[in-house]
Design a protein around this ligand. Structure first.
Ligand SMILES: [Fe+2]
Ligand SMILES: [Fe+2]
Length: 358
């Protein structure tokens, strides 16, 4: 048994998605009526392709004469040489999470009223989702190339994990409701901003400034995306405060599941738990970060100051606004229990079955 590392429950919970299409059909009109607002306020948060970074800018240039190319590969390997094994576990888990992007695009396109109905729909919601996906695609591509060239990880096991994960999908409990969906993505983009920011810091401390720049650059994209999604929720709080507050309460009640919670490498049935435990231990993404994100969003959306909420909305407000301290207390207790347990080694196929102490 692993020590109870995290109070935010990393074990995949029982499936949440029993409810589907839970948003009343009349609310679809809200999203129709917000289209011009979305064009003016959300789409500008995308970056024009010509101004975007591309993965190639951060990795050895394979069009150089062979010797120059391999010199660059060698420099990359020298830089990553001192990074510990557990760092690679976390970076691989982050890369795999990014690489399951088809699942996330599908999830957003399953939200009623904001989906891309033709595949190239001119609706601003659809435009956002396609361009967001295109921006996100660079994250997995860049991390994958860097990891591949480092020689530190077992690419075949990583590739298998990605294939399993995309096949498994995800279960965020968003019920095809854009209210729930955009609360989820607001939280999630901030969570990835935090974790890529932390892998950047650790890369710098571990002697690889290029990898630090890579993770930092990805984190900056996540921040911009977080801004867009939380702006949408902010707008929903303005046009339908009770409905939006209930949605926030609902998602927090279910707990925000990490997008890659169904990951599997064909070997370790508790792979996601183990990966999350390493991320928690290294301070890359922790239960305290979860509580911090919640507090940040409460402040950003001014949830404590919302007035005139009706019945369920008021209950949701009380629940959400009191939740962060409860999470922190649970985590403290979990940490205490974990301290009393002997550390044990867990093997990760991604790093050639080397053991990491948890
Ligand atoms: Fe990303
Ligand atoms: Fe993102």
């Amino acid at each position: 048994m692993l020590p109870p590392i995290s109070a935010i429950s990393t074990t995949p919970p029982p499936l949440k998605s029993c409810k589907i299409h839970s948003m009343p059909p009349e609310k679809i009109e809200i999203f129709k009526s917000l289209e011009s607002w979305a064009s003016q306020s959300v789409l500008p948060l995308l970056k024009p392709v010509e101004q975007c970074w591309q993965p190639q800018e951060f990795v050895p240039d394979s069009s150089l004469p062979f010797g120059d190319f391999t010199d660059q590969v060698k420099a990359l390997r020298d830089r990553t040489a001192e990074l510990p094994e557990e760092y690679f576990v976390v970076l691989v888990g982050d890369m795999i999470t990014e690489d399951a992007l088809p699942t996330y695009q599908s999830m957003i396109n399953n939200l009623d009223g904001v989906s891309d109905e033709t595949g190239s729909s001119p609706s601003p919601w659809a435009k956002w989702t396609r361009a967001w996906t295109a921006e996100e695609k660079r994250h997995g591509d860049l991390l994958r190339t860097y990891l591949y060239l480092s020689g530190r990880v077992d690419m075949k096991k990583i590739e298998k994990t990605v294939q399993y994960l995309i096949g498994a999908g995800m279960d965020p409990g968003t019920e095809n409701s854009p209210y729930l969906g955009f609360v989820y993505t607001s939280f999630q983009e901030r969570a990835t901003f935090v974790s890529h920011g932390n892998t950047a810091r650790l890369a710098k401390e571990g002697g690889d400034p290029v990898l630090a720049r890579i993770c930092g650059t990805i984190a900056a994209d996540e921040k911009r995306h977080e801004n867009a999604y939380s702006k949408i929720v902010e707008k929903l709080l303005e046009v339908d405060p009770t409905g939006a507050m209930i949605a926030i309460g609902d998602m927090m009640q279910k707990k925000i599941t990490m997008p890659a919670h169904l990951m599997y490498d064909g070997e370790d049935p508790k792979l996601f738990d183990h990966f999350s435990a390493v991320a928690q231990q290294m301070g890359v993404y922790t239960a305290n970060d979860y509580a911090d994100i919640l507090e940040f969003l409460i402040e950003r959306w001014r949830l404590e100051k919302l007035e005139d909420l009706k019945g369920e909305g008021k209950k949701a407000q009380d629940f959400v606004c009191g939740l962060a301290p409860r999470i922190r207390r649970l985590q403290e207790r979990a940490d205490e229990r974990a301290r009393k347990m002997k550390p044990r080694g867990v093997k990760f196929s991604w790093i050639f079955n080397k053991e990491v102490l948890l």
